[in-house]
Design a protein. Structure first.
Length: 270
């Protein structure tokens, strides 16, 4: 059983590495034996969780590269350097994404007034950046004849956000979860199936991992309303997402491709 979940000597790429869930994915990959190349925007702040992993594992196991996933030449340069110095990556975690939680920008819109520029930015990163990263690293995986790509989706790829979760927030106009976020994540799940069928013959598996609500710094009223809607009556702890990711990255899921693994405490079962 241990060998089924081992990533010993494997090389993994994780985008959005400095975001809230980036260190979660990276820690489980490192613990399973992989070396990780972490990608995030130039100038992005390094969270304590990531810095602690760097200290524990060293740069030989965890290297940070500054790159915008919308920049193909920059991605190609990282991929070429990785192949030359370490080998062809066998795991790609497409985690980078833009979300707009309450208070993130201080700006709210009525649905009919949401600017297309904001929608385009979300799609550019969440969907097109993911596709571009998959092209660059997936092509090398295909040449090597093996690989696992895990696209991080969302509960909202399959269900609509409930605006009542936010109706206690004082805002004029009332806060709306950006429709482009849900649409971009639904596109990620569809793209996952496309890439899975396209690359199956090349030995690459492509799956989506869609988390539900993950407990962080949400306000108490939001957490109460959200948990009332979850059969398990709570939000996920971030460490509960590591096991599902390791399953999809490792030989344990060798006959699993083109699927969406929803980790939501039963939210979407109702």
């Amino acid at each position: 059983m241990k060998a089924l979940f081992s990533l010993e000597c494997e090389i993994a790429i994780v985008t959005g590495a400095l975001g809230k869930l980036g260190p979660v994915w990276i820690e489980v990959l490192l613990a399973a034996g992989a070396s990780v190349i972490a990608l995030d925007l130039p100038g992005a702040g390094v969270p304590m969780e990531f810095a602690e992993l760097q200290t524990r594992y060293g740069e030989a196991r965890l290297k940070l590269e500054s790159v915008d996933i919308r920049d193909r030449p920059a991605l190609e340069a990282v991929a070429a350097e990785c192949v030359e110095s370490r080998g062809v990556p066998s795991v790609l975690v497409n985690n980078a994404a833009i979300d707009r939680p309450p208070g993130a920008s201080g700006q709210s819109y009525r649905l009919e007034d949401i600017p297309l520029t904001e929608c385009r930015e979300i799609f550019d990163v969440n969907t097109l950046g993911l596709f571009l990263t998959s092209q660059v690293f997936g092509a090398r995986m295909a040449s090597a004849g093996r690989g696992s790509i895990i696209n991080i989706g969302s509960l909202y790829a399959g269900v609509s956000p409930d605006k009542r979760f936010y109706d206690h927030i004082r805002s004029d106009p009332p806060f709306l979860k950006p429709p482009a976020y849900a649409a971009s994540k639904a596109a990620v799940v569809s793209l996952t199936r496309y890439l899975a069928t396209h690359w199956a013959g090349a030995g690459i598996r492509v799956n989506a991992l869609s988390p539900g609500g993950v407990q962080a710094d949400q306000d108490e009223a939001f957490r109460r309303k959200f948990c009332d809607r979850v059969p398990m009556r709570r939000m996920a702890a971030s460490e509960e997402l590591g096991g599902p990711l390791l399953f999809l990255a490792s030989p344990a899921s060798s006959y699993v491709t083109g699927t969406e693994l929803v980790v939501d405490g039963g939210f979407s079962a109702w």
